[in-house]
Design a protein around this ligand. Structure first.
Ligand SMILES: [Zn+2]
Length: 451
């Protein structure tokens, strides 16, 4: 039996912060009190002057997913190692539905790949085909502990799109079984129209990627999805929301949940003018500074529920300069810098750290029904904990990244990395380095009967 006692840390909860001792036994938190007597054989960590956060849940990653020209550049093994370095102790990734596969087959294929992970992993189930055999699988998967499904309102050319009518049918089924529908929300017709001027490829600058997927695409899609959520009573989670207009529209519908990403908060479309502008090509694209300002306001007004990295990285060689924007692999890395950059921003902007906890762990745990395991510092939950030294410098962190990737979008921005990361009772990061990685496990959501 292993025991760790963390003494005198400032425990950052959703609505209060208190100096407390935390006792961990094996994988779980077994005591939290103002003073705990050190038990025999307990390892003691002195956290005086330090902050203690729950381990981060990154609700949106794409480890090693197939693209036209290969795979995104992190495997589950490399991506989860760098996740741990940045304080992410749980990632929620996505299955990939190949032609001819059932949802169950696609899920199991992904679970197998995720077996090499070093943090815990949940899998959202992608639904990129609308067929009766697929729809009947939804209730069964929810019963088995996979309660979140993702659909796309675009990517018709890649055969991944569902129409709004099809999405409404899927939403109806998911709502009946208390699942969550996640939607990539960019309207396909708007994108098709906006892309026409670039079809002959006479112009191919990365900035045109943004113009080919205008903000209007998000607004139109969210308007449809809001109505669908009201009609079906389905909880619909908008992934990677990125525009002021989309945010304002989403706020009109109580059944919508909103995720945004660090790149929409910390970067803007100005990046496309840089010499390495092609590296910032992602979908949806980076937006204006006023969009990102609106997202920060949305965060403070409770209109944003989670922040996910949408980690889908590529190396410099994967995105060569002067490639027409249509051929640049879409995506950026962000799982490792997710929490450290946000924490530095919250400090700089004087924002409530309890809000940061909600956005980076608590809300994801409750939306995806993992709050019986994770998402807060509470008796009986997994001991996934970050110890942060607020006195550590927030610059120069690039040197200590733990990644295979040769390019990082956030270099130059402040970031405060955790000094210690505990994953299900095991110290995996110590003195800011991944020292004792231990295997992650596959998570299942709590069934409604468990409540
Ligand atoms: Zn994504």
């Amino acid at each position: 039996m292993s025991k760790i006692l963390i003494k005198n840390g400032l425990v950052i909860g959703v609505d209060r912060q208190e100096i407390q001792d935390i006792l961990i036994q094996d994988e779980l938190i077994v005591n939290i009190s103002a003073y705990i007597d050190p038990p025999d054989n307990a390892a003691i960590i002195d956290a005086s002057g330090k902050w203690i956060f729950p381990g981060v849940i990154d609700p949106h990653t794409h480890m090693g997913i197939p693209i036209k020209s290969g795979h995104s550049a992190d495997t589950f093994a490399s991506g989860t190692r760098s996740a741990l370095h940045g304080g992410v102790t749980t990632i929620l990734d996505f299955s990939v539905l190949e032609s001819g596969q059932s949802l169950d087959e696609s899920l199991n294929q992904r679970i197998k790949l995720a077996g090499e992970s070093l943090c815990d992993v949940g899998i959202h189930v992608n639904i990129t085909r609308f067929e009766p055999e697929i729809l009947v699988e939804i209730p069964k998967l929810i019963e088995q502990g996979f309660n979140s499904f993702k659909v796309f309102t675009t990517y018709a050319e890649a055969n991944m799109m569902l129409t709004y009518a099809q999405i409404e049918t899927v939403a109806g089924i998911i709502a009946q079984h208390d699942g969550v529908l996640m939607v990539h929300s960019e309207d396909n017709d708007v994108i098709t129209r906006a892309s026409e001027p670039y079809a002959d490829r006479s112009e191919s600058h990365p900035r045109l990627h943004g113009l080919s997927r205008p903000a209007e695409a998000e607004l139109v899609a969210i308007s449809h999805l809001g109505e669908i959520s009201s009609r079906t009573n389905c909880s619909i989670y908008i992934v990677h929301l990125n525009t002021a207009a989309g945010l304002a529209k989403a706020a009109e519908y109580p059944m919508l949940r909103v995720e945004t990403c660090p790149h929409y908060l910390l970067l803007s479309d100005k990046m496309y003018e840089r010499e390495d502008g092609q590296m910032f090509v992602s979908s949806p694209p980076l937006r204006t500074e006023s969009d990102s300002k609106a997202l920060w306001q949305g965060i403070q007004h409770g209109q944003v529920h989670t922040i996910g990295s949408d980690h889908c990285p590529f190396c410099l060689a994967d995105k060569p300069q002067n490639t027409p924007f249509q051929d640049i692999p879409n995506g950026m890395g962000g799982v490792e810098t997710l929490f450290p950059t946000l924490l530095a921003q919250f400090i700089e902007r004087g924002l409530d750290l309890g809000l940061l906890v909600r956005l980076t762990s608590g809300n994801a745990a409750s939306i995806f029904r993992l709050d019986h395991l994770k998402g807060s510092i509470k008796l009986g939950l997994h001991a996934d904990l970050l110890i942060v030294d607020p006195e550590l410098p927030v610059q120069g962190w690039e040197k200590s990244l733990d990644t295979n990737l040769d390019w990082n979008a956030y270099v130059g921005l402040p970031a405060l990395f955790p000094e210690t990361v505990i994953q299900r009772g095991v110290v995996v990061v110590s003195e800011g380095r991944v020292k004792y990685p231990s295997p992650g496990k596959i998570l299942k959501s709590k069934s409604t009967s468990q409540e």
